[in-house]
Every structure is written in C-alpha cells, then in structure tokens.
Design a protein around this ligand. Sequence first.
Ligand code: ACO
Length: 377
Amino acid sequence: MVESSPEVQHGLQDVVALESRICFIDGHQGRLIYDGYDIRDLASKSNFEEVAYLLWYGRLPTGDQLAALRARLVELRQLPAAMAERIDSMPATATPMDVLRTAVSELALFEPEETRPGPSSIGGAQRLTAVLPSILGQFHRRRAGLPPLTTRPDLSHASYLLYALLNRDPSELEGRALDVALILHADHELNASTFAARVTASTLSDLYSAVTSAVGTLKGPLHGGANERVMELLDEIGTPERAEEVVKSKLARHERIMGFGHRVYKVEDPRATILREWSRRIGESKGDLHYYELLRKVEEVVHREKGLYPNVDLYSGSVYTFMGIPHDLFTPVFAASRVAGWTAHVLEEYQDLRLIRPTAKYIGPTDLPYVPIAGRN
Ligand code: ACO
C-alpha cells in the first residue's frame, strides 16, 4: 500500500484550475458577474443574444453588432435536412437530453469546417447556439404530434425556443420570463458541464466534441436535472400544509431536497432571487400562485432544518411549467442557454491552451505477486 503525500481535494472543491475572463461568482456576497457585468443588471436590462455576444467577445455589442448577430443566429436555425431526418428516426420514447447529446455530436458530420479548434470556432459556437432549439423542436414536435417546425425569423432566441417546443408564440410576459431565465443560465464559471467542455477542448479536440461532453454532464440530476425533480417534489407535497411533514421526513431519511445547496454560494444564489420573483409574476398572470406558495413553504422548512439556501433550480421549473413546457424538456432548455457559456469557455480554452490533467492519490497495493490465470479464485 502506498500513500502519496498530496491532500486530495474531493470533487476538486476549492481547486483553482485556470484563469478566465468570462464569469465570476462571489459565493459569500451572492453575486454573479459575466464579463464585468452584474447578473441583476443583465437580467433586468439585457436580452439573451446580447449576453451571448458578451460571453463570446468579452464586451457588450453595439446596436449594429447585436442586429448582425441576431440575423446570423436566425440564419443558422435551419437544421440540415439529413439531420432533421436523423432526429425523426430516433425513438419517440428517447429522453430529450439523449437526443440532444446525440444530435450535437452528429451535427459535426455536416459541418466539418466549423469543428476545427481555434478562433474560427466562433462560427460553430453561433451555429450550435442557434440550432439547439431546432433540434429540440424537431424531436418534441414529432413525439407530441405538433406541426413541423419553421425557423420563424421574426422571433428572438427565447421566443423561438418556446415556439419550437410548443408551436405557439409566447405572451410578452412569458417571452421576457424565458429570456431572463436564459440569461441567468448562460454561464456559471467552472460548473461541472463547462469544466467537462474545457477538459475536452484542452486536448485540442473540436467544439462539437466539447459540447457533446458538456450535454452529457449537464444531464445528471445533481447538475441540470434538479428543477425537474423539484416539480416532482411539489406534486408529491400537494398543499402547503403538507410541506413541513414531507420535507422533514425526506431530510430524516438523508434525502437531498432538489433546488437547494450549492458548491460555491454560501448565501442565496442571486439567480434564485430573480427567478422567485418571476415565478410569482407568471403565477399571478395565470391567476394561480399554487406552486409559488408551495415553494415559499418548502424554502422556509429547508432553511430552518438544514440552513440551506435555494439555487437556480428551485423556481425555474414553476416558470417553465406555467408556460406548458413538459418536465423532461427543462434540462434541454437549460442547455439551450448554457451552450453560449460552454462555447465561450471552449474558445477561451483554445486561446490559452494547457492540457487539463489532474492526478489521483493512489490508495491500492503496489507489490502483489502476479498470479497466473489458472491459479486465481
Ligand atoms: N438537500 C439536503 N441536504 C443537502 C443538500 C440538499 N439539497 N445539499 C447539500 N446537502 C447536505 C449534504 O447532505 C451534506 O450533509 P452532511 O455533511 O451531513 O453529509 C452537506 O449538505 C454538504 O453537501 P455536499 O454534497 O458535500 O455539498 P456540495 O457542495 O458537493 O453540493 C450540490 C452541492 C451537489 C448542488 C448539493 O447541494 C445538492 O445535491 N443539491 C441538490 C441538487 C441541486 O439542486 N442541484 C442543482 C445545483 S445548481 C446547478 O447545477 C444548476
């Protein structure tokens, strides 16, 4: 048995792996910054396309630059016909995240010139961001029996995403709520999926491989899948009076309450603060504050019992549910936003490339005598 000297940082907690200009999280003050701008300003004054530009280029766009990016993203929404056929051939019972991961990987077959690592990957970044709603719409519409997708040049990224999924235009309030949700999810420093994308890019692999790694990583319930589980919890609780009993019994069984806790935030996640307000606004507009009131009660119990604060996933599910987005599309909606951050990080990785390769502390034996196969039991 050997015990190498370095201390293990389990889960790489508190390990500073690289320098980045893209995103800063102040976990003690509850602040989130994209390229110098506070998320609260971006969420109240900006739109998703502006934020994507900010993440890719490191500065907010002028009016002309934003108009050019919007036009480009609209142009890039169109799926190659063979790709659309390929999605149509996937089982209708597949999970949308499996479809997304497979489609992102296969899309590279149709655009080899954009897959090469390097600054030219910005074209691929825009392509992937523009086309993700189309992949999801192509799949979901078929399984839900909705009419075929058109690219709707008149719609913003957020509104097109909702149209692609539900075959209807959002109301002004819904459109803005989804735009804000996409802004809030667009980046979050070295979260697990972004780290996975950067590890892949650090081998000089291509953008599509990096985003495929990221989609697979986002799929896990401890990362992207939590808001779906929050809605399951709310349905299990039913009424605010039952929240105390259900949450306490889960905690007594050492179960995690989804939508709470965070590796970096030691106070409330600022994205949860903003989405709580949107959950209330959307609920009020529908004349139904059921989910909002349940969530407030769950929050109170979890904070009292465990001292945990809500994260971005606590309120987002209620906002999406009111729009009619099916629960298994919540994580894909997250991906349709985070793709801007993933690709910005991959571009940054290409500019400042160093193979990401940590080491492990070996805890096994080193001097076992070799046993020929016939002598093993
Ligand atoms: N419910 C109950 N207990 C919790 C929760 C929770 N949501 N989160 C943390 N804890 C407890 C753990 O059980 C542990 O308790 P212990 O020390 O008594 O064993 C302690 O808090 C520390 O937990 P860790 O898992 O070590 O903390 P970590 O920083 O690794 O966890 C994580 C972060 C994975 C997000 C965790 O809080 C969690 O599982 N939350 C629920 C899932 C979730 O909401 N994920 C979305 C995160 S945001 C995003 O990815 C977009």
